[in-house]
Design a protein around this ligand. Structure first.
Ligand code: NAD
Ligand code: DAU
Length: 350
């Protein structure tokens, strides 16, 4: 069992906020330090319900700032790190790849070095948990599944930077004996996701009667997992996963983009009380994403068999929870879509 001062990086972001909440609420004896630079994707509004908890501390800071990170590790003597901070959007990585190298590769290296310097050769009861993505495996054809043994074959600057960070984590395990675990998860959806990713972007556009920009022919396939189920899997792997191992996490839930968008449109029409098919009329096919991966699909049987994890909600249930959340949190949506979001949207979709 690990000791209990845990650094969670990127905890003000989408997945990170759900992980922070789960750990703060479930483990009152743990000390949870949430480190986040509060980039455009980080938002403390995601955590107002737990911000006053006795076992929770928020620290604003950048994982690429080596001096700051070293002094933070010195101050808190973290027993474990759950590392989620990253630049996470593929389209942004196509426009500014270096930003992804800085945060995802160099930032991860700085955390690894700080953890190594703190514990030197005595890593008993310590753990570096690296949260990664299925995109490191590249693209599947019409059939097949990503397994933990699938070769890395990243295609976007984002996935290349995540693959690189995965390799460094593994290398620190092999070379310095640092206890680590890596999980590679499929596409998450749910409350608090920044509306640059497919589902929240399209929810926001439907609310505002704006076009739904489907890339290419829409026949790209992704596996979708409800974010809370990802957080539950992270908790399980953190406590019961085998050190030096990797686990794939997925929803057993493949959708072609166009079919998912049509389902979303139907559910939005019902939720908004609009005429049947009115949201579908907003679908607009636009220029494809360069290097667009055709299909991701996860074989999550290892985490299922070894740790007993499986998703707790169906896609239809998860999507309904998500839609209801966005419709009931108009202030959150309005605040994150004002300012720099408008500039981003213009550049990406004009
Ligand atoms: P996100 O973009 O919503 O959040 C990222 C968080 O990291 C933000 O709070 C941001 O402020 C913070 N951050 C960014 N740069 C930082 C820096 N230099 N220093 C400190 N904090 C910084 O991302 P997300 O979708 O929640 O993804 C979290 C992690 O999970 C990422 O590592 C991502 O690669 C991985 N992942 C995401 C998905 C998905 O579908 N979203 C799927 C699998 C894996
Ligand atoms: O697979 C896990 C990954 O899933 C995570 O590692 C990434 O952080 C996360 O962003 C996500 O990557 P994707 O590129 O798959 O997600 P995104 O929501 O950007 O796109 C999903 C699909 O929808 C993809 O095929 C591209 C398409 N798409 C996306 C947008 C934003 C559109 O057709 N139109 C759009 O406007």
């Amino acid at each position: 069992m690990h000791n209990k001062t845990i650094l969670i990086t990127g905890g003000a972001g989408f997945i990170g906020s759900h992980v922070v909440r789960l750990f703060v609420e479930k483990y009152p004896d743990y000390k949870i330090i949430n480190l986040d630079a509060l980039t455009y994707a980080g938002n403390l509004e995601n955590l107002t319900d737990i911000e006053d908890a006795a076992n929770y501390t928020f620290v604003k800071g950048d994982i690429t700032d080596e001096g700051f990170i070293n002094s933070l590790f010195d101050e808190y003597k973290f027993d474990s790190v759950i590392h989620l901070a990253a630049e996470s959007h593929v389209d942004r990585s196509i426009k500014d790849p270096l930003a992804f190298v800085r945060t995802n590769v160099i930032g991860t290296m700085i955390l690894l070095n700080a953890f190594k310097a703190l514990w030197k050769d005595d890593f008993a009861d310590k753990l570096f948990y690296h949260v990664s993505t299925d995109e490191v495996y590249g693209s599947l054809g019409e059939t097949g599944l990503f397994e933990e043994t699938t070769s890395y074959d990243p295609n976007s600057p984002y996935s290349a930077s995540k693959a690189s960070s995965d390799h460094f984590v593994r290398a620190y395990g092999e070379t310095y004996g640092m206890p680590y675990v890596i999980t590679n998860c499929s596409n998450n959806y749910g409350q608090n996701q920044f509306p640059e990713k497919l589902i929240p972007l399209f929810i926001n556009n439907i609310i505002n009667h704006k076009p739904l920009p489907v890339y290419g022919d829409g026949n790209y396939t992704r596996d979708w997992l409800y974010v809370v189920d990802h957080a539950i899997a992270i908790d399980l792997v953190f406590h019961e996963g085998k050190q030096g191992d990797t686990y794939n996490i997925g929803g057993f839930n493949e959708w072609k983009n166009i079919d998912l968008v049509k389902l979303l449109c139907q559910q939005m029409d019902v939720a908004l009380g609009r005429d049947k098919d009115s949201s579908e009329e907003l679908i607009t096919y636009v220029k494809d994403r360069p290097g667009h991966d055709l299909r991701y699909a996860i074989d999550a049987s290892k985490i299922n068999k070894e740790l007993g994890w499986k998703p707790s909600v169906t896609f239809e249930q998860g999507l309904k929870i998500t839609i209801d959340w966005y419709l009931n949190n108009e202030d959150w949506l309005n605040s994150v879509t004002s300012g720099s979001y408008q500039t981003y949207y213009q550049k990406q979709y004009s």
